[in-house]
Design a protein around this ligand. Structure first.
Ligand SMILES: [Zn+2]
Length: 411
C-alpha cells in the first residue's frame, strides 16, 4: 500500500529560531527550506502527488507556486525539484476540486499531458470532474443530469488521455479517473476505463463518503475488476480500513489530512499512535488581527497582552524541563485565553491540561519532537504548526506500517 502526500509547497526553515521567533538573515527559501521527506527519518511517504492547479493556478486564483518556482519545477523536473530520493514515486493530477464549480474542466488533454511530461512524473491521472453527491440506488436514467454529465465528461477525457499517452510514446503511466454517485455507477466507470486499456484507476469524489459506502463501491467494483487492475483512492485516509480496502485491489491512496489537522482541526492537532491531543494556542500578539484591533480600540493594554504571551511561552518551556508546575502553566494559559478570546464559550483549557499531563512529545520518536520538544505542541506560527504536521505524517507512517505487517503485505 503506497501513501502519496499531496504537495502544497509546505516546507519548514531548519534555521528558524524558536526563542527569538526569527529566521536566519541568510536564509534562501528554495535552497534552505526543507520538505517533510527531507527532515523526517524514515521519510513519511512513498510518493508525492502534485496538482496542476496548485502549480499553475486555476479559476479560483493563483497557485501555490511563484513564477520562479514554477519555472524551476519545469526546468528540473519533479524529482530534482523536490530533492526526492529514488524510491519516492510521483503522481500528477489536475486538482479537480479547484474547478469543481465550473461546468467543464478548464484544461485540454494535451495541456495536462504537457504538464505531466515536462515535470517528468512517473504516473499521471486523466482529467476528471467531481460529482458532489452520493445516492446508492438512483439509476442512470433518473439521476441528476449534472451528475450523469460529469461522469460522461470524466470518461470521455479518460479515453482521450489513454490514447494520447500511447501516441506520445508512453512517457508516463496513465491512471484513469473514475467518478460516480453509487456503487453501480463507479463500477461502470471502472469497467469502461479497463476497456480503454487502463491498468491503474483512481477513484475520485469519495472524500465525503462514509467508510461503509466506500466499501460498498469497492465491493461492486470487485465484480468487474480485472485481477491486474490497481486502484487508487483520491483523498482518503481511513487507516483502520486500509487493510480491508487492500483486499479489493486498492494499492495506493493520498491525503493531506494528517498534515492539515495539525493546524486546521479544532482539537485533534498532535497525533499519536493511539489518539490525538489538542495543541496549545499561544498566538502572537503582533500576528493576531482580532487582538490587535482590541488593543487599538483601547480595550486591553498591549503591554499586558505581550507580557501574558511571554509568560505562557516561558512557563511552557520551564514545564518541559521539569522546572514549573502544571497548575501554574494552566493558570497563565487561562489568563491569556481570556485576553485573546474574552467570553469564549468553549475554553480549551481542559484539553490543554490533558496534553500537558501526557507530555506526548517526550515519548515521540520522530526527529522533529526529538529536536524541539514542547515547541511542537504549541499552536503558534507556521514554523511550529507545519512541524507538528510533519510529526503527524511520521505518526501516520508508523500506523500504516503497523496495520500492514499483520497481513504480511509488502510496503
Ligand atoms: Zn514527533
Amino acid at each position: 500500500m503506497k501513501f502519496y502526500f499531496p504537495d502544497s509547497q509546505d516546507q519548514i526553515s531548519p534555521t528558524f529560531n524558536f526563542l527569538t521567533e526569527e529566521h536566519s538573515p541568510y536564509r534562501v527559501r528554495q535552497r534552505d527550506d526543507k520538505y517533510a521527506h527531507e527532515v523526517l527519518k524514515p521519510q513519511p511517504y512513498d510518493g508525492l502527488l502534485v496538482s496542476k492547479a496548485i502549480v499553475d493556478g486555476s479559476v479560483k486564483g493563483a497557485g501555490k507556486y511563484s513564477m520562479p518556482q514554477r519555472e524551476r519545477l519545469y526546468r528540473l523536473g519533479v524529482s530534482k525539484y523536490f530533492r526526492l530520493s529514488e524510491n519516492v514515486v510521483t503522481l500528477g493530477d489536475c486538482g479537480a476540486f479547484n474547478y469543481v464549480d465550473e461546468e467543464l474542466p478548464p484544461y485540454t488533454t494535451a495541456e495536462v499531458l504537457d504538464f505531466y511530461e515536462r515535470c517528468g512524473f512517473h504516473s499521471g491521472i486523466s482529467i476528471d470532474h467531481v460529482i458532489f453527491g452520493y445516492d446508492p440506488t438512483v439509476s442512470d436514467e433518473l439521476v441528476n443530469p449534472a451528475w450523469k454529465k460529469r461522469r460522461q465528461i470524466s470518461l470521455r477525457y479518460a479515453g482521450e488521455f489513454y490514447d494520447r499517452v500511447q501516441e506520445r510514446g508512453n512517457k508516463i503511466e496513465p491512471v484513469g479517473a473514475a467518478q460516480g454517485w453509487s456503487p453501480a455507477s463507479y463500477a461502470d466507470s471502472v469497467k469502461c476505463l479497463q476497456e480503454f486499456g487502463y491498468k491503474r484507476i483512481a477513484l475520485g469524489g469519495m472524500v465525503p463518503l462514509r467508510t461503509q459506502d466506500i466499501l460498498a463501491c469497492l465491493e461492486e467494483i470487485s465484480q468487474i475488476r480485472l485481477s491486474d487492475t490497481e486502484l487508487h483512492l483520491l483523498g482518503i485516509t481511513r487507516v483502520t480500513s486500509m487493510e480491508e480496502f487492500a483486499t479489493y485491489g486498492v494499492t495506493s491512496f493520498d491525503s493531506t489530512s494528517p498534515f492539515r489537522q495539525a493546524f486546521m482541526d479544532d482539537r485533534n492537532n498532535y497525533h499519536t499512535e493511539t489518539g490525538a491531543y489538542t495543541a496549545i494556542r499561544v498566538p502572537q500578539v503582533d500576528g493576531n488581527p482580532a487582538l490587535k484591533r482590541r488593543i487599538l480600540a483601547g480595550e486591553i493594554s498591549q503591554a499586558k497582552a505581550k507580557s501574558a504571551e511571554r509568560e505562557c511561552m516561558k512557563r511552557l518551556r520551564a514545564y518541559d524541563e521539569g522546572l514549573e508546575s502544571l497548575d501554574r502553566v494552566i493558570e497563565i494559559l487561562g489568563e491569556y485565553e481570556q485576553l485573546v478570546e474574552p467570553g469564549k464559550k468553549k475554553s480549551k483549557i481542559a484539553a490543554y491540561r490533558v496534553t500537558l499531563e501526557a507530555k506526548p512529545w517526550k515519548s515521540c520518536k520522530c526527529t522533529i519532537c526529538a529536536a524541539h520538544g514542547v515547541e511542537i505542541v504549541i499552536f503558534r506560527g507556521s514554523e511550529r504548526n507545519k512541524r507538528r504536521g510533519f510529526h503527524n505524517l511520521s505518526v501516520f507512517d508508523t500506523k500504516m506500517h503497523r496495520i500492514k505487517n499483520p497481513l504480511g503485505q509488502e510496503y
